[in-house]
Design a protein around this ligand. Sequence first.
Ligand code: NIG
Ligand code: FE
Length: 431
Amino acid sequence: MKKVDLIIHNISELVTVSGSNNRPRAGAAAMNDLGIITDGALAVKDGKIIAAGTTNKIKKQYRAGKTINATGKTVTPGLIDAHTHPIFMGDRADEFELKLKGATYQEIAAKGGGIKFTVRKVRAASKQELKTNARPYLHRFINYGTTTIEAKSGYGLTLKDEIKLLEAIKEFKSEIRNPKSEIGLPDIVPTFLGAHEIPDEYKNNKQGYINLITAKMIPEVSRRKLARFCDVFCEKNVFEIDDSREILESARKYGLGLKLHADEFAPLGGAELAAQMGAVSADHLMAISDNGIKQMMQKGVVGVLLPGTTFALGLKNYAPARKMIDAGLPVALATDFNPGTSFTESLPMIMSIACVMMRMTPAEALVASTVNAAWALGEAANIGSLETGKDADIVLWSAPSYKHIPYHFGVNLVETVIQKGEPQIHTDKHG
Ligand code: NIG
Ligand code: FE
């Protein structure tokens, strides 16, 4: 009998998402393969999964100081949110109402609202104030079953303010593995998004702002190792294809991985650019072309779909998830959590929208929120499935089957969240 730290046993439905994980899951067959073990158990030691199997088998091989009985529960890998904007100041509830009355996101932005509103608030705030504002949101990701998020800067748009945002992210990250610190925060993968909007002071000089990004911001972010990825909001009247390419080329030169907000509103060819540049993911893709799907497939770019944005903007043109999956493009899901276009920390809610509005199956939605999201963050070796050697990021759900996660929508079925082997403080039970 080997001694481990924790055994979770009698799990009614253990969804390991294990199996062919040497590349992102693509195609309906792979995306519906969940590696389910009935009456399952997990053995955990030093923050890692030691073994997954039936309760019978695990109990014969391991003993533990601590056990959790998961009778009647579903257990999945911790959810992974591969696209969020969580460090900001203020809210945009008034814009939400304006949009309901018919104003478009672009019209609000053109009047100085939208991202620019949040930028003004962020510039006026200290790093401490930003952290105080972000902490409850980060905590809520855990409450809804998310153990890792990607987090973007992008509401500063000056060297100083972008660094302030990335430092806040870094400080949160340093709390996670410190046992003395407040727990209940997700792990964070930081992304530099200086190219989120053209700030007012460069209104008539976009190239000047691009130069600031490539000559000052990217080198500084890279030197101080403040981000893993660089992202660009590639959109009509913001950073168009050539602008985005210039920024991504600089980021690549400085060793950052690449991501792209691509083809969200207009079919500019962002997906094609992401493929040409070797980006790890292209995100949004509501207006993607067939050629874009083909090129992303050829280059192994993960499509990160953000249906919460389509939903909250009241639009109808959801990204063509079915077409992408059936064509063989690996797809991930994310919240796009931000105060403007998608104000939710709940990946389960996103899974519900993905199933109902994009016709993804519950299994595809779960694969898209776990192992494929891990691929979209370059983290698939460590997280995304419950397999020997991976981090013990685990969610226990008050549900008899994983299908209930999207089916039972708008409520929180999370019972317990375990991150790196540690049960997290969880304040939102059944909330
Ligand atoms: O991904 N589209 C650009 N960025 C965000 C929105 C940010 C905001 O409106 O504050 C997005 O939807
Ligand atoms: Fe976004």
